[in-house]
Design a binder for this molecule. Structure first.
Ligand code: DHB
Ligand code: FE
Length: 283
């Protein structure tokens, strides 16, 4: 039987890629952030996942403003990273898991989520940065992926309640999957940040802590705000917390926090990393 091991949540700021390429992980600016990844790598080494279901948002690479699915699920045998890049080479492709993708898609549609299915899909820094942070020296990624893209870019965006429900439907799909995979759930983006406009540089530590404190025990608390209120609290791009909320839903009702790191700022973003472990994971 497949096991859902837990969730890894992280910011996906593209400048992180530049720091990796320049080898700046231990400089005063970057150290407090990269140090927060050490326990994540240790946990991944213990848990040995072989599949990752990744909730993220596309930043105009695969979907542009002319065609913007609210929820899109990749079902490709592989995904190329074709980000414009802030320094990170775009050489490492991601292997897909079409059978699991289609199983998730079947379940989501049966649960009345009208998802867009993508048999071809490019992925951007919202996938590559979290993977580089987790497996920095890997020649090939050790997991196959099912990418689930949520529109956090062009309004109207899905509500937080709907994103949690999407994740819960993915949990239902994973729980009914007949394979023996060791499944990692990843949520990328956030926390508070605003890249442009009058509030460019906006960060909200209080709201970020509320999100991190609620994520494992009370994810419903994160669904009480409308998208507009989340934008007010977290910034126009901080609404990427929707990816975290969906990923939390995919872990099922019971999970506990085992690691957290929060550092302000990385580029324009309040950078956060968390690991939640489910009770079905080996202790
Ligand atoms: C930054 C953050 C993001 O989430 C992103 O997608 C691009 C840039 C930043 O803080 O620079
Ligand atoms: Fe982003």
């Amino acid at each position: 039987m497949a096991q859902i091991l837990g969730g890894y949540f992280t910011s996906h700021v593209p400048a992180i890629g530049g720091a990796i390429v320049r080898g700046e992980q231990t400089t005063p600016y970057w150290k407090p952030f990269f140090n927060g990844l050490v326990p994540v790598r240790e946990w991944l080494t213990e848990q040995q996942p072989d599949v990752a279901v990744v909730f993220y948002n596309d930043h105009g690479l695969n979907f542009f403003l002319d065609k913007m699915p609210t929820f899109a699920v990749g079902s490709a045998p592989g995904y190329l990273n074709a980000d414009e890049g802030w320094g990170l080479p775009v050489y490492k492709p991601f292997a897909g898991h079409p059978a699991l993708s289609w199983h998730i898609i079947e379940t989501l549609v049966a649960e009345e989520f009208d998802v867009t299915t993508c048999q071809e899909m490019l992925v951007d820094h919202a996938m590559s940065i979290p993977f580089e942070l987790s497996w920095p020296d890997a020649e090939a990624w050790p997991v196959r992926v099912v990418p689930i893209a949520i529109n956090t870019v062009q309004h109207p965006l899905p509500s937080a309640r709907r994103c949690l429900a999407l994740g819960q439907a993915v949990f239902k799909a994973l729980s009914a999957w007949g394979g023996d995979e060791r499944i990692l759930v990843i949520g990328t983006g956030g926390l508070s940040h605003q890249l442009d406009g009058a509030r460019a540089g906006f960060i909200n530590k209080t709201y970020d802590h509320f999100c991190m404190d609620s994520l494992a025990p009370h994810p419903d608390a994160l669904t009480q705000n409308s998208v507009r209120e989340i934008v007010e609290q977290a910034g126009t791009q901080g609404v990427e917390i929707l990816n975290w909320i969906a990923a939390r839903g995919a872990l099922g009702p019971s999970t506990r926090e085992i690691h957290r790191n929060y550092h302000i700022p990385i580029s324009n973003t309040a950078a956060a990393t968390m690991v939640l472990q489910t009770s079905s994971a080996p202790a």
